[in-house]
Design a protein around this ligand. Structure first.
Ligand SMILES: C[S@@+](CC[C@H](N)C(=O)[O-])C[C@H]1O[C@@H](n2cnc3c(N)ncnc32)[C@H](O)[C@@H]1O
Length: 369
């Protein structure tokens, strides 16, 4: 996104932000907090806009090109975390508190000082489970991230906490740049994502049909869904078949609709019905499916219309998971428009999120009422 586009969208929301600043002005007097905020590449300005809508003035600087920002907020850390979590941001993927900051050029010394700070918090005591998340910006000295992480763990060995990669009580976040280190210790639920930088990594399986499968896997986790709890799904825009293959693995009956070819490995699956057509040409019975997924990578307006036309086939209470391509110049306005159209067609939006595996798009999780 260019500077100008960012400025245009800012202008649209200026009054809104001023009103919000006034409202929240008194309660947060004299308080400040510092966070490292991460969004998907090219969408950091929108994550920043989400923060501005929440907090009014937001001072930020770029730590890593196009995705990681150092952000100063005019409220306490606790209040910032609560407000951010309650607002369920779309573009802001991950936050980590900065409780310790030191400048310098020697990566080893900086890491040592950050580790000393973490030890002094006293939070990594015997019985505590801690996840150590180390990141660095381009140009930061020292070794690669895995080595830095090993090094930091070595420095923290004197603490008696157990170092884990999942289900931690505490996350220790260390971010190294060419001339500074930033560190903080937080509860996993306070970081928006318990993955380092919100980067949800899945192992690529042998024979995996498309990277798109990761989007649905991530949506399942992020939205707290259990795909195996559904009975029958329609997958609109299914080819080459990543989403369809995941739904089949979860035990659902799947109707895949796409004029393009599904991968041959799927075609013999007994739970698959493949309709090789444009979705605007298919007819379904009412309430045929309890899950509708659509990853058409198409004009949002046409996608909304197409999904709306097929919605009678989704049972009331059924779930829809849909990606919206952000081809528009003003993504926030576009998202608002799409959500309003879906809500007019009896789809209640539960969550809207730019997932780590989304590129120029976001994912909506909706329920039909
Ligand atoms: C991004 S791909 C989908 C990837 C898929 N989710 C996967 O996991 O492999 C988009 C697909 O939408 C299909 N598509 C586009 N417009 C369509 C329409 N009107 N009806 C059905 N499929 C459509 C395209 O043919 C293409 O195969």
């Amino acid at each position: 996104m260019s500077e100008n586009e960012w400025e245009n969208e800012r202008e649209d929301t200026q009054e809104e932000a001023q009103a919000e600043t006034k409202e929240s002005g008194d309660e947060s007097k004299n308080e400040e907090s510092l966070f490292i905020c991460t969004a998907n590449r090219d969408f950091a300005a929108y994550a920043q806009e989400e923060l501005r809508r929440l907090f009014g003035s937001v001072k930020s600087s770029i730590l890593s090109d196009r995705e990681v920002l150092l952000v100063k907020l005019n409220v306490s850390s606790e209040e910032a975390v609560r407000k951010i979590a309650d607002s369920r941001p779309i573009f802001l993927r991950h936050i980590q508190p900065v409780q310790f900051e030191r400048t310098g050029e020697n990566a080893g010394e900086l890491l040592g000082e950050a580790a000393a700070f973490v030890s002094e918090t006293g939070l990594l005591h015997a019985g505590a489970r801690a996840a150590l998340q180390v990141r660095k910006s381009e140009g930061a000295g020292g070794d690669g991230v895995p080595q830095l992480k090993e090094w930091a763990e070595e420095l923290l060995r004197a603490s008696e906490a157990e170092f884990v990669t999942a289900d931690a009580d505490w996350i220790v976040s260390i971010y190294l740049t060419a001339d500074a280190v930033y560190a903080g210790v937080s509860r996993p639920e306070d970081n928006l994502s318990d993955w380092s930088g919100g980067a949800v990594r899945f192992r690529r399986e042998e024979g995996q049909l498309s990277r798109a499968k990761f989007k649905l896997l991530e949506a399942e986790r992020e939205f707290g869904l259990d795909l195996s709890a559904y009975r029958s799904a329609v997958d609109i825009g299914a080819a080459p078949g990543g989403w369809t293959s995941l739904l089949l693995e979860r035990g659902l009956k799947v109707t895949a609709v796409d004029p393009a070819k599904l991968h041959p490995s799927l075609l013999k699956h007994s739970n698959l019905t493949y309709i090789r057509k444009n979705a605007s040409e298919v007819k379904f019975r009412d309430n045929e499916f309890d899950l509708l997924v659509c990853d058409m990578s198409w004009s949002p307006k046409l996608m909304v219309q197409l999904v709306g036309d097929l919605l009678h086939a989704l049972t009331p209470g059924g779930t829809a998971i849909v990606t919206i391509k952000l081809m528009h110049k003003k993504p926030m306005a576009l998202i608002k428009e799409v959500i309003a159209s879906f809500e007019n067609s009896r789809l209640q939006v539960q969550r809207a999120k730019q997932l780590f595996h989304n590129r120029e798009e976001i994912t909506l999780y909706m329920i039909k009422y």
